[in-house]
Design a protein around this ligand. Structure first.
Ligand code: PSU
Ligand code: MN
Length: 311
């Protein structure tokens, strides 16, 4: 069989992001699905801007990523963010959806998985989001395991997060990450966090307290020949954390309602998050906003330490 060269995917970097990449300055990639599917308007737009500011105050350049008009845009403007935040019906684009959404044109909001594809193409070493996808509760029958986890085995990016979403089975998510040989390091904490809860109840496989040591570990992972991700967790600020007990019942009820309503596949994550938020009178989305911002700040700090280490 003859091998064909593929025409390159158009990846358009904003001027600021392109300059930072060229000069080896730290950049943190950010997803856009959290804008369209994570939080309601106008909190989604305000939070996305605060997340970008937090990356800057941590010491790096933010690069929010989306699909627009057949191209991957790396570094959305404030006007782009406002448009994505206020336009209903923008599709959720995970890694498997990228080729078709790019082919058709139009807008698309990037999940963790597709953001990692784009960050890797753009040569951005760090990515941040509050809660990664993972193994869903009941996955032993639904087989619902987020493609975020699979993408970690394919994209060479350091991922900073507050663990995986609380609605997931976090024990199984940790097992799966171990199976996939994805390093998991918790920065200045002993436990694997649970999104807006400080702890999942599971100890982290590794605690590291020093940003330069983390930078060295990330580089070691790649020097060992892994073209894959390196996970770094940082928990929600204590004053904004949600108590486990306060959300556990809401999650159980949301899952029962999802079964009743026949919600499955890629719609389940948004459905469950919204149901929990309604049941907690908005408490969980307030904590969600806080953890998005604090995670982004830590990611900026770690990306800066990494850029210094690499220089
Ligand atoms: N819904 C939300 N918040 C989110 C996500 C969905 O309310 O943050 C996200 C992230 O973009 C994550 C994706 O990458 O959902 C995982 O989706 P799934 O479980 O379908 O793989
Ligand atoms: Mn899924």
């Amino acid at each position: 069989m003859r091998q064909h060269a593929h025409p390159p995917i158009p990846v358009q970097l904003s001027e600021e992001v392109a300059d930072a990449c060229k000069e080896g300055r730290p950049v943190v990639a950010l997803e856009s699905n959290v804008i369209t599917h994570g939080l309601p308007y106008p909190n989604n737009a305000a939070t996305a801007c605060k997340v970008e500011e937090a990356v800057r105050s941590g010491g790096a350049v933010p690069a929010t990523i989306a699909v627009d008009g057949g191209a991957i845009r790396v570094g959305m403007t404030a006007a782009d963010i406002e448009r994505f935040a206020s336009t209903p019906g923008i599709p959720k684009v995970s890694a498997r959806d990228l080729p078709t959404v790019l082919a058709r044109g139009g807008l698309g909001a990037m999940t963790v998985a597709s953001s990692l594809v784009a960050a890797d193409l753009a040569g951005i070493a760090f990515f941040a989001s509050a809660g990664i996808g993972g193994v869903h509760r009941g996955a032993e029958t639904s087989m619902d395991i987020s493609s975020d986890l699979i993408q970690f085995t394919r994209s060479k990016v350091a991922v900073v997060c507050a663990g995986a979403k609380k609605i997931l089975d976090l024990g199984l998510t940790l097992e799966y990450l171990e199976t996939l040989s994805v390093p998991v390091v918790s920065y200045r904490s002993d436990d694997f966090p649970a999104f807006y809860c400080i702890s999942s109840g599971f100890p982290s496989p590794c605690r590291l307290d020093d940003a330069t040591t983390i930078a060295r570990a990330v580089e070691n992972h790649w020097a060992l020949g892994n073209h894959s991700s390196f996970l770094i967790t940082t928990p929600v600020n204590a004053e904004d954390a949600v108590d486990d007990a306060d959300v556990d019942q809401a999650i159980d009820e949301a899952m029962a309602a999802a079964r009743r309503d026949g919600v499955r596949g890629n719609a389940i994550t948004k459905y469950l998050m919204r149901a929990v938020d309604t049941a907690t009178q908005g408490r969980s989305s307030r904590a969600n906003m806080s953890v998005l911002i604090s995670t982004a700040h830590t990611a900026g700090h770690l990306a800066a330490a990494h850029a210094r280490y690499r220089a």
